[in-house]
Design a protein. Structure first.
Length: 247
């Protein structure tokens, strides 16, 4: 029997990359999983097929988390389907890298709207359900680049640093309802997002990582599953998974 048997989860941005790995790992542990996507419907269907092959339950939900109404409707859909929501993984995120001197208003607003506002919209919609259940596990995917300087990522770093600060305050306010809130901070991880970084820059980055390799989405998923399944006394903190790149 899986460690998450009987639990219902929602993973935002689960069509690709880290979110996909998280959805699959939660399902492997027996959770029913809501798979959110924005535009990659075919890839989200692949995730649903994988979960079905394991004999798991999955619900596909299209929504842009940057839109408060869509985020709220997505949470409602999951609760209508399964009657509860135990685990919310706020994973969806985007980059629009530019040096500050070139960064336009749109680059800033798009990144903050998705990464930070979207996380708030999903969390605030899930909160009353978790409070009623007197149980919840909220896991926010931040980034190493929310902890340390990253050239060309002022918008992204601000949003990811904001997630860490948000996580602590949410943990403080929600602890009395048996809701834990934690962040996972991946370092450079092999997904479409990181593939956008030019190869020569990737090689420079790799040479500075003590473990001399990039992270795999599955390694982030293991930490998320640990927090969801075994992290009952862990709240308001972050787990760094970066090969030693930031200590
Ligand atoms: N890869 C890294 O090196 C790395 C490092 C640190 C932190 N992270 C963080 O890890 C998380 C996942 O990153 P990743 O590398 O897996 O990214 P990715 O491969 O680019 O996938 C991004 C996912 O987010 C979804 N998404 C984007 N905007 C959305 C929106 N408005 N509403 C709903 N879903 C949306 C995408 O959905 P569609 O496919 O439907 O567009 C996709 O499923 C992000 O928060 C990222 O900041 C990544």
């Amino acid at each position: 029997m899986g460690r998450l048997e009987g639990k219902c989860a929602l993973v935002t941005g689960a069509s690709r990359g880290i979110g996909r790995a998280i959805a699959l790992e939660l399902a492997r542990e027996g959770a029913k999983v809501g798979v959110n996507y924005q535009s990659s419907e075919a890839k989200a269907r692949d995730v649903a097929d994988e979960i079905a092959k394991m004999g798991g339950s999955c619900l596909l939900v299209r929504a842009s988390i940057a839109d408060a109404q869509e985020a709220r409707a997505m949470i409602q859909k999951v609760v209508e389907e399964w009657g509860r929501l135990d685990i919310l993984v706020n994973n969806a995120g985007i980059t629009r890298d530019r040096s500050l001197r070139k960064m336009g208003e749109e680059d800033w607003v798009n990144v903050v709207s998705t990464n930070l506002n979207g996380l708030f919209f999903c969390t605030s919609a899930a909160m009353p359900i978790m409070i009623n259940q007197n149980f919840g596990r909220i896991i926010n995917i931040s980034s190493m680049n929310g902890q340390t300087a990253a050239f060309g990522q002022a918008n992204y770093s601000a949003s990811k640093g904001g997630i860490i600060a948000f996580t602590k305050t949410a943990a403080l306010e929600l602890a009395r309802f048996n809701i834990t809130v934690n962040a996972v901070c991946p370092g450079f991880t092999m997904t479409d997002m990181f593939a956008e970084v030019p190869e020569e820059v990737q090689n420079q980055i790799k040479s500075r990582i003590p473990l001399r390799r990039f992270g795999m989405p599955e390694e982030m998923a293991k930490a998320v599953t640990f927090l969801a399944a075994d992290g009952d006394y862990i709240t308001g903190t972050q787990i760094n998974i970066n090969g030693g790149a930031y200590m």
